[in-house]
Design a protein around this ligand. Sequence first.
Ligand code: GGG
Length: 362
Amino acid sequence: MTTPTFRIAAIPGDGIGKEVMPEGLRVLHAAAKRFGLALDVREIPWASCDWHAQHGQMMPDDWKEQLSGVDAIFFGAVGWPATVPDHVSLWGSLLKFRRQFDQYINLRPVRLFEGVPCPLAGRKPGDIDYLVVRENTEGEYTALGGVMYEGTDREIVIQESVFSRHGADRVLRFAFEAARSRPRKHLTLATKSNGIAISMPWWDGRADAVGRDFPDVSLDKQHIDILSARFVLQPQRFDVVVASNLFGDILSDLGPATTGTIGLAPSANLNPERKFPSLFEPVHGSAPDIYGKNIANPIAMIWSGALMLDFLTEGQGAGRAAHDAIVKAIETVLAQGPRTPDLGGNASTTALGQAIAGLVEA
Ligand code: GGG
C-alpha cells in the first residue's frame, strides 16, 4: 500500500510561535522519517509582524484558495499587541480558520506528567488527566453588537452571544462520544444556568437531549464558577469536560496551569468530517514578554504535532505509532530533563526540541 503525502501549512505566527514552530517541525520530521510518513510542509508568514506589517492585514484575500488542498494547518500563536490590536490579529487569522473551515471542535487534553512539579499540593500523575472539548465556532465569540452614545457618559455597549441547536448538539455529541471511548465514561457540562438564565438552561436541555443516545455515559452539569474551583481542588473528578467557546477557552488555560505550566498544553481544532483542513496549535499565545530569548517551552507545539499525525491517519498504523512515540519522548524528557525555565530548568527551546526529536528517532 502506498502512503499518502500529507500536505501541511505551517504558520508560525507571532512571538514565541516563531520559536516553538521549528521544534514542532523538527519532531514531526523525525517521526515521519522513523515511521515512513510523507510530509510536504509549506511555511507561511501570515502574522502581525510579517504579513500585516507589509500589507495591513493578517492574511492575503485569497488565503482560503492558497490553503486549498492542504490536509492540516500547524499553527504557532497569534498576537502582537504592540503593533496590531489583539482582536484584529485574532479575528484576522485564527478565528477565520476556525470558522471558514468549520473547525467546530477544539480538543484540549490536560494531563499531569511524571517529573513535573504540580502547583496543587499532594497531586500525582493520574489525578489530573481529562479532556476539555470546547465549542469553537460560535457562542460568546461574536462581533455582533455595537456602541451607542459613544464617548458620552451615557455610553452603552452590547455584545450578543449566539448558540445554535446545530452548534451545541454537534459539540455535545462529539463530547459524549469522547467520554464513551474512555474508561470512566463521564462527561461534565460547564454551564451557568443560575445566572445566564436563557442560554445556559438551554445548554442543559440540549445536553439531556443528546445524552439520551449515550445511556452509558454519566452526565454532570456544573456552574462554571464552582467547576473552575474544582479544577484546582478536586481535579480527579473530571474525565471529559464540554464547554461553550469562552468557558472552554478559560478552562483550557486554567487546567494546564494546574499541571505545572501552560507550555505543555496542546490543542486540535477539528473539522471531524474532514471536509476542511483541521488546525493544530499550542493552547498558549505569542508571549511577547519572553519572545527572542529562546526559552519558550516547545512541548505544547510538539504534542499538537502528534495530535495532527494521529488525526491525519485516523488514529491508525504509522500515524498512531508516530503519535505514541512523540508522547513517550515528551514523557521521558519531562521525567529526566532537559527543562525550560517554566519547569524550573535553564534549557533552551531548541535544546528541548532536539532532545525530543532525538528520542523519537531512536
Ligand atoms: N496558539 C494559540 C494562540 O495563539 N492563542 C491566542 C489567543 O488569544 N487565542 C484565543 C483563542 O484560542 O480563542
